[in-house]
Design a protein around this ligand. Sequence first.
Ligand SMILES: [Zn+2]
Length: 222
Amino acid sequence: MFWGWIVNVILLGPQGSGKGTQAAELETRLGLRHIASGDLLREARELDTPLGRLVKKYYDAGELVPDDVVIELIVQEINKHLNGQGVVLDGFPRNVTQAQALDKALASNGSQIDKVVELVAPLEVVKKRLTGRLICRTCGAVYNLETKPPKVPGKCDLDGGELYQRPDDTPEAIEKRLQVWAKENEGLVNYYQSRGILYKVDANKPVEQVTQDIMTILKRDL
Ligand SMILES: [Zn+2]
């Protein structure tokens, strides 16, 4: 489907709010390019380009990739899709400093973030989803005791591999991550609200309903 105009979107929301799932839906249905910051960095690392080699250097040293490098990768991706329908960012920016730097970089490329959609879910719901998460040791497929249980308990549907819980998915670790997230998110929400491009969606609904709500927002006033 092609709607004839370009929209660049950021999805905000805590881990477990379904950002990745919704971004993938928007890619399938609207042709928006889904840019997950984690995937973007993993892909860049494999590339034999100056930027790719730089990312690899940070990875190999076990260091965080600096914001300006991540932003340059994102701007490159957006430029690649200028004739498409735009992008949906998932996992970046994580704080106001990054958001401001991204806006500046996009502006100097004649581009911009058009809409920011915050997926709002009660933290209790998110915690439950995150503590129920199980991963296949063989293929990395992700299951969830709450929302997507495996057919046979403890075994991967795809290859029968053993399912395990990530060590950083304990209730204590999740609680800590969500606290850090909430603080950063508040700043981001205020920032995009002051730009007049922030929209909220109730993410505590079936996936299909949430997708419909987001699409309604994206199509509005265009
Ligand atoms: Zn598997």
